[in-house]
Design a protein around this ligand. Structure first.
Ligand code: ARG
Length: 560
């Protein structure tokens, strides 16, 4: 908001648009130089004048109530906020708007479809699916804060040739009782065995394909097996979602599109987009210099891409989205580029609204984790371990805590989720159980703990009224906090613009650190004239930390 005011002042004086100016504005490296800075170097080139001279002239020219100083320094115009005015104002807005602080209405009336999580049945929930789940969930929450209506879709991998292989393996080596009692691990074992044996037995691959063909043609027994594998897997996934507090609007998986592909294939044919390649039907993407998109295999089987094509069209028709997002690892970039291009070739201009939000991989010793190798880390186990650790901590430090189990869940899950979200979305992450479980330093539990500390202070203060009109000295003392509180709406907007929750994770860490250093310096509950003002700051911090955590999909217990 103040950045806008500064931009408008500059724009008027320079006869340019305020948006253009605002884009060029920066935050000074050091807080004492000011709160906003405008670099004059581009102007200097344009006007053939020294940047220092332009900056000095502008600084001389401009003034506004909220700025206590507008000064020139090394080719920049620096704007310094009046701490008392701006500080009181931000506290007032936070106290008034509470958790709505930082919201915007830009998305009102628009629907965003988001494809997230999407694990594969009969396989364990991988770290990659964890990333998709938590990043996708946070992006959904952020979009909702801007007024968008979000449809969360879990595009479960429940169809494809691998199920033929699995059935074949089950028929050969499976034992019903074992699979019933321990479904995913047992199915995984069968799947791995299939691949081991198929390496020396071509016949087996053939049999696997045969089973999938039966499944696709509606064979009753094959479908019964499939239904069983799917239901049992979904039950296990559901447990993980419940622990994490994630929900979906739809779990229409790949199989859901079985009866919706024929129409799309016909349409491709009508539009003359299909061609034959070695017996298979493909859409060529030569002009784009991409490999063709495979639509139907030689044996008539459909593919992952065919189902995604049907799904994209179904989503447009069903939800009327303006944007359709796919939170999927970057190894699928080509797939999504092809998907978008095929839709465009079909004449669907709305395909411009499709974005693949890719994310980095979780590496183990610098390499991608593999389902087939034994070393797999199960998310379920990681979460349980994190919760146990949190419970042990509570038992030691706060054994009287009410609602102990729920708080342990919130903190354990908070640690795992925050660890994932604090990394920039596109970066690879090296897997470390130790890091995921850590509670000190830049972690979720650290932020949760800071929030609980603020809540405790407010409880101790009892009925003493917060006073958001802060004195100049208080505003100066608490300036790092106040300045960060002002930046929250920007952090939210920035996280959404980049579809990257790590901006919010960094923000809550900064705010928690600023608050803890204030807490270490100032005796907040001292009964002097400024007590109400200090409490107003504490309350605003509690509100914004809780809201920041909520946007990451993490709970903020009041005590821990
Ligand atoms: N099940 C897929 C996988 O694990 C991810 C699906 C992503 N969504 C989609 N519409 N293709 O690789």
């Amino acid at each position: 908001m103040y950045k806008q005011i500064a931009a408008e002042l500059l724009a008027k004086s320079l006869n340019k648009s305020a948006e253009e100016i605002e884009e060029q504005m920066e935050r000074p490296k050091q807080l004492q130089h000011g709160d906003y800075a405008f670099p004059c170097f581009a102007l200097a080139k344009e006007k053939r004048q020294a940047p220092q001279i332009i900056a000095a002239e502008l600084a001389n020219d401009l003034s506004h109530d909220v700025f206590s100083g507008i000064t020139a320094r090394g080719g920049y115009v620096n704007f310094k906020l009046d701490k008392q005015i701006a500080g009181s104002r931000v506290l007032r807005s936070i106290h008034q708007q509470r958790e709505r602080y930082g919201s915007a209405a830009v998305g009102q009336g628009q629907v965003v479809a988001i494809d997230l999580s999407s694990p594969n049945i009969a396989k364990p929930f991988s770290m990659g699916h964890l990333r998709s789940t938590v990043i996708g969930n946070s992006i959904s929450l952020l979009l909702e804060k801007q007024g968008y209506e979000v449809v969360r879709i879990n595009h479960v991998g429940d169809w494809g040739t691998q199920f033929g292989k699995l059935m074949c393996a089950y028929e050969k080596w499976g034992e019903e009782a074992k699979v019933r009692s321990n479904t995913i691990p047992e199915l995984l074992k069968l799947y791995i065995r299939f691949h081991e044996e198929a390496a020396n037995d071509e016949q087996l691959e053939q049999e696997g394909r045969e089973w999938f063909r039966k499944l696709e043609q509606g064979d009753a027994y094959a479908n019964k097996l499939w239904r069983w594998f799917r239901d049992a897997s979904m039950e296990e996934f559901e447990r993980v979602y419940q622990l994490m507090g994630v929900r979906f609007d739809s779990d229409a998986g790949e199989a859901f599109y079985n009866d919706k592909m024929e129409r799309v294939i016909e349409e491709l044919e009508q539009k003359k987009l299909l061609s034959w390649s070695e017996g298979a039907q493909v859409v060529r993407l030569d002009e784009q210099e991409l490999p063709p998109s495979l639509i139907k295999k030689k044996d008539g089987a459909t593919l992952y891409a065919t189902r995604d094509l049907a799904a994209a069209i179904y989503r447009k028709e069903t939800y009327g989205f303006s944007e359709s997002l796919y939170v999927v690892g970057h190894e699928q970039s080509l797939h999504f580029r092809q998907l978008k291009l095929v839709l465009k070739k079909m004449g669907y201009e709305w395909a411009d609204g499709i974005s693949h939000l890719s994310f980095g991989m979780v590496l183990q010793d610098g390499k991608k984790m593999s389902t087939r190798k034994g070393k797999l880390v199960l998310l379920d186990k990681v979460l349980k371990q994190a919760i146990q650790l949190a419970a042990a901590n509570i038992a030691k430090k706060n054994p009287e805590l009410a609602d102990k189990e729920e708080v342990a869940r919130q903190v354990g899950v908070g640690a795992v989720l925050f660890h994932d979200l604090k990394h920039e979305r596109i970066r690879d992450i090296e897997f470390s159980l130790e890091d995921m479980l850590r509670v000190e330093g830049e972690t979720g539990p650290y932020v949760q703990y800071t929030h609980a500390r603020a809540c405790t202070l407010l409880t101790k203060a009892g009925d003493i009224r917060c006073d958001s009109e802060v004195a100049a000295a208080i505003a100066a003392d608490a300036w790092p906090i106040l300045s960060l509180l002002m930046q929250f709406p920007e952090a939210v907007a920035d996280a959404i613009a980049n579809h990257d929750p790590s901006r919010i994770a960094k923000y809550v860490i900064d705010l928690a650190q600023a608050f803890n250093s204030y807490y270490g310096k100032v005796r907040i509950l001292d009964e002097d004239d400024d007590l109400g003002a200090r409490l107003a700051i504490v309350k605003a911090v509690a509100i914004v930390l809780a809201e920041g955590l909520r946007l990451l999909g993490i709970a903020a217990p009041k005590q821990m």
